[in-house]
Design a protein around this ligand. Structure first.
Ligand SMILES: Cc1cc2nc3c(=O)[nH]c(=O)nc-3n(C[C@H](O)[C@H](O)[C@H](O)COP(=O)(O)O)c2cc1C
Length: 157
């Protein structure tokens, strides 16, 4: 499904990022590290639940930290919402896509996927057991790989 040369890095410090404030201009090491990791990634996958019809605060907070510094600008993204409800977290997804538009990411109508009733589609190990969802994720990641290749080609001129 994914070429062997692809390496995934999971960012696991969303909850440690301090609350964003535009006047906070001094160097905050964890924020600098977050920005650096984004800057060096060829592409970014965001997978989110929905809370109160929106994205989790920690995710929005992280995105706010890179509005002015531009690490997401022209970055290919794949965006997934998943929910135990039949709505699939579609409102969080829509809101997230708006934010990513503001950040200047590279995406189109094939860059996002909402997964409804997710608890029926994964097993206890967190593996996907639903064939249709598996295929949709394959397509989504394939699309991201193509966007990354295209973007690399553009940068190399
Ligand atoms: C405070 C709270 C608000 C939530 N709001 C929504 C919501 O608006 N839409 C939705 O699809 N799920 C909502 N959920 C369900 C979460 O998305 C779900 O609990 C989350 O995916 C975590 O799954 P878990 O039960 O495996 O921990 C909410 C859950 C909590 C606790």
């Amino acid at each position: 499904m994914i070429p062997h040369l692809v390496t995934f890095h999971f960012y696991e410090e969303l909850e440690q990022l301090p609350p964003f404030h535009p006047d906070k201009t001094e160097d905050v090491p964890i924020v600098s590290s977050f920005r650096r990791q984004l800057a060096t990634a060829d592409g970014v996958i965001i997978c989110t639940p929905e809370y109160a019809f929106g994205v989790p605060g920690v995710l929005k907070n992280a995105l706010d930290w890179v509005v002015s510094t531009g690490e997401f600008n022209e970055k290919p993204v794949a965006v997934i919402s998943a929910s135990p409800l039949t709505s699939g977290g579609d409102k969080a997804l829509e809101s997230l896509l708006h934010t990513l538009t503001a950040l200047g990411t590279i995406k189109d109508e094939n860059s996002s996927l909402s997964i409804p009733t997710v608890k029926k589609k994964i097993n206890e190990q967190g593996q996907i057991t639903d064939e249709d969802t598996y295929k949709k994720l394959q397509l989504l990641l394939g699309h991201l790989m193509m966007a990354i290749e295209k973007q690399k080609g553009n940068k190399e001129g």
